[in-house]
Design a protein around this ligand. Structure first.
Ligand code: KIV
Length: 285
């Protein structure tokens, strides 16, 4: 196997550039990557954000859900991805247990991702109840991405992977969550498993860019899980309601990483992951 030197020009994406994208209405693309080679493919395609998601618990490590993955396991992958990313903004997902228990531990763990892993921003799940923690992490000079709606680390509390915001009180809660995180200063806000209309309202209401997965086409950006677009999911989501990608995964990866206008329009119509078989899957509309 040969490894070529970084060959692409492009410009460095920062948290400030994300806001400019939203102001200019230029869609933001984000893909997960968990290792060096995927990081290079995604970065060199010009994707704006690379997320080392805790979804690696399932996609790479074979755990049942995201709850088991540890800080050290996440850090191992963040370091590998760091070596492959030049221009994209590198986001590290804080795993379950690394920020829910003690705010001091949360800041310490966030700082490990920056200091040891080279991450530029950390992501935490949860809405208004996390606003104070978001402020504390930002006070430690670490930008934060929010993540609301279907938050996989809350699977046991939600009673499954369920679309959120399906009734009036759920919608109001999501709007409060988005507003609280926006005021706390998040650099972007992931909306997962949220009805299209609700995602559209939140996107118009907050100043921070929204990045959707299973939240319809009206968010400021879209995020996809790398293994999903390759159908490398071993039954978790690769079924008839998944992406319907051609058998030639190289061709489908190339088309999904095409130039930005093609990429955004094809990503916007993709459904998100099919998370279980009992009808609680997350549809884009
Ligand atoms: O871990 C992950 O891949 C994520 C995305 C689905 C947003 O959190």
């Amino acid at each position: 196997m040969s490894v070529t030197a970084f060959g692409h020009a492009g410009h460095k994406i920062t948290t400030a550039s994300l806001r400019e994208h939203k102001l200019r209405r230029e869609p933001i693309s984000c893909l997960t990557a968990y290792d060096y080679s995927a990081a290079r493919i995604v970065d060199e395609a010009g994707v704006e954000m690379v997320l080392v998601g805790d979804s690696l618990a399932q996609t790479v490590l074979g755990y049942e859900n995201t709850l088991s993955v540890t800080m050290d396991e996440m850090l191992h992958h963040v370091k590998a991805v760091r070596r492959g990313v030049k221009n994209a903004l590198l986001i590290a997902d804080m795993p379950y247990g690394s920020y829910q228990v003690d705010p001091k531990d949360a800041v310490r763990n966030a700082a490990r991702f920056v200091k040891e892993g080279g991450a530029e921003i950390v992501k935490i799940e949860g809405g208004e109840k996390r606003a104070e923690l978001v402020r504390r992490i930002i006070n430690a000079e670490i930008p934060v991405a929010g993540h609301i709606g279907l938050t996989p680390q809350s699977v046991n509390v939600m009673g499954g992977y369920k679309v959120q915001g399906k009734d009036l009180s759920g919608i109001e809660q999501l709007r409060r969550d988005a507003d609280a995180l926006d005021r706390a200063g998040v650099s972007c806000l992931f909306l997962e498993g949220v009805p299209r209309e609700v995602a559209s309202i939140i996107t118009a209401e907050v100043g921070t860019p929204t990045i959707g997965i299973g939240a319809g086409p009206d968010c400021d950006g879209q995020v996809l899980v790398f293994h999903d677009i390759l159908n490398l999911t071993f039954g978790h989501s690769a079924d008839e309601e998944s992406y319907h990608l051609p058998k030639d995964t190289k061709a489908s990866l190339d088309s999904l990483l095409a130039n930005p206008p093609t990429r955004y329009s094809s990503w916007q119509v993709l459904p998100t992951r099919k998370v279980n078989g009992n009808g609680d899957h997350v549809a884009a509309d």
